[in-house]
Design a protein around this ligand. Structure first.
Ligand code: OGA
Ligand code: NI
Length: 320
């Protein structure tokens, strides 16, 4: 496997100094060639990140581990004699922040964990909006363009998927999370700094996204591919399981609002575009049933709204 010698790491603090141009160029290069980059000096306090990690790991032990083990039993996954291709080896729960928070409806969270996650999410929301403007600058779009597109009538959708990928006795038999591209806009991931597992597909090779202390991994979803008319692309990624160690990952999805109208930005379209225009929620309805399939047929299906009505999402998975 190709190793991650050049995996793009962006020091956001350099945007304020002499290195600004190089940093903007590095972000652009990462968006064009990787669909992923890792941010350091992003402004999120390290003690807050420590607290989020500690509380998430405690919460897993207290409220999730037993459920995960019960799931293994009920699905007959304890032996793993043959390869499993329709289940993920992950334990997750979802928090929604925007347009309306559901934090108070999630069972088994202590008040302190709730408050900590609320603070963490607010800072990530601000970071996502700053990043969207950096993307606009690199794309020659006016400041605020992407935020405005994502706004729809109710503002963006912002949510967090809190995951743990427990150690797995036979990693070759099952993925932590099967390969997919993300449907939405910008994804901000706080991943375990010790246990690895996230990989992205680059030039037909699976490349590790290396754990890096206090970093936030950014990747781009299908909507940004459509809006940028393919100048930036969403990239396939997956999580592999590990024999040793429980991997924590907290993925926050900054997505368009449900009624946001998505289409390629006219300044990025030449004569014609191969990308569709649609309402974001219609895309999500389609995605729910075909998440683990390539994105190109999704884009094709969205070109014709009537094709979409004919599709029947099979899995009502909660996804952002
Ligand atoms: C996802 C995802 C990666 C991870 O939830 O879409 O890609 O490391 N997660 O959990
Ligand atoms: Ni993903």
């Amino acid at each position: 496997m190709e190793q991650n010698i050049k995996f793009p790491v962006v020091d956001l603090s350099q945007l304020n100094g002499e290195e600004r141009d190089q940093t903007m160029a590095l972000i652009n290069e990462a968006c064009e060639n990787w669909g992923f980059f890792e941010l350091v000096n992003h402004g999120l306090p390290h003690d807050l990140m420590d607290k989020v990690e500690k509380m998430t790991k405690e919460h897993y032990k207290k409220s999730m581990e037993q459920k995960f083990n019960d799931m293994l039993k009920s699905k007959g996954l304890e032996k793993l004699d043959t390869e499993v291709e329709d289940v993920d080896w992950e334990s997750t729960f979802y928090l929604r922040h925007l347009p309306q928070s559901n934090l108070n409806d999630i069972p088994d969270m202590s008040d302190e964990y709730r408050t900590t996650m609320k603070d963490f999410a607010k800072r990530l929301e601000n970071l996502a909006e700053d990043l969207l403007d950096l993307l606009c600058e690199n794309l020659g779009l006016e400041k605020g363009y992407l935020k405005k597109v994502f706004h729809g009538t109710k503002g963006p959708t912002f949510g967090t998927k809190v995951s743990n990928y427990p150690s797995c006795p036979k990693p070759e038999m099952i993925k932590g999370l099967r390969a997919h591209t993300d449907a939405g806009g910008l994804i901000l991931l706080f991943q375990d700094d010790k246990v690895s597992g996230l990989q992205l597909l680059k030039d037909d090779d699976w490349v590790d996204v290396p754990p890096l202390n206090y970093s936030i991994v950014i990747n781009l979803g299908d909507q940004l591919e459509v809006i940028t008319n393919g100048r930036y692309k969403s990239v396939m990624h997956r999580v592999v399981t590990q024999k040793e160690g429980n991997r924590m990952s907290i993925a926050s999805f900054y997505n368009p609002g449900s009624d946001a109208e998505i289409s390629p930005a006219s300044s990025l379209v030449g004569k014609e575009t191969e990308y569709p225009s649609f309402v974001f929620d219609d895309y999500m309805k389609l995605y729910a049933g075909v998440k683990f399939q390539p994105k190109e047929p999704r884009f094709e299906a969205m070109k014709n709204a009537s094709a979409v009505t004919g599709l029947n999402p099979t899995a009502a998975v909660e996804t952002f």
